[in-house]
Design a protein around this ligand. Structure first.
Ligand code: T46
Length: 135
């Protein structure tokens, strides 16, 4: 499975505005079990700093912009999320750090599993150890 992948969704734009559709199975490779969104992040605040063992997620900045850094066993990369029709699919064992939220940023997340704290690796040191034998 990919550690990450950019995914473009259909944007039905007309004189009434944007309508962006996302369908499980067609646009994203998993059934959506959970949806959450992050808003009103104060200036200078960062979030994330963890990886998941099984979870797949699509992360979309549907308003404003934010930076997202990933670390995988093979590379490190920084994305600027600022396009409401472009999502970032993050697979298992992808470390993420989310920062530089614009004041108006709204981050929408579609997840393949229900919330489980056991699925989180919240220490980078532990992540680097675990990927040695898992990936
Ligand atoms: C991720 C980034 C983008 C729940 O109870 N249910 C949930 O579905 C989630 C996501 C969180 N929580 C609780 C757990 C914590 O007590 O909400 C609190 C804040 O969660 P966390 O510190 O993990 O938030 P972020 O913004 O650092 O990370 C979240 C997701 O956890 C993570 O999977 O990829 O957003």
């Amino acid at each position: 499975m990919d550690y990450y992948k950019e995914v473009l969704f259909s944007d039905f734009y007309d004189n009434r505005g944007h309508l962006i559709a996302i369908e499980s199975g067609y646009d994203i490779p998993f059934d959506i079990k959970r949806v959450y969104y992050i808003t009103d992040v104060k200036k200078g605040v960062s979030r994330g700093f963890h990886a998941h063992r099984d979870l797949q997620q699509i992360i979309l900045c549907i308003k404003g912009n934010v930076k997202l850094k990933i670390i995988t066993p093979v590379e490190e990369k920084i994305f600027l999320l600022n396009d409401k029709s472009k999502g970032l699919l993050l697979g298992p064992y992808t470390w993420r750090e989310i920062y530089e939220f614009s004041e108006d940023a709204v981050l929408l997340v579609l997840a393949s599993q229900h919330y489980s704290e056991d699925d989180y690796i919240r220490s980078l040191e532990e992540y680097r150890e675990e990927v040695k034998y898992r990936c």
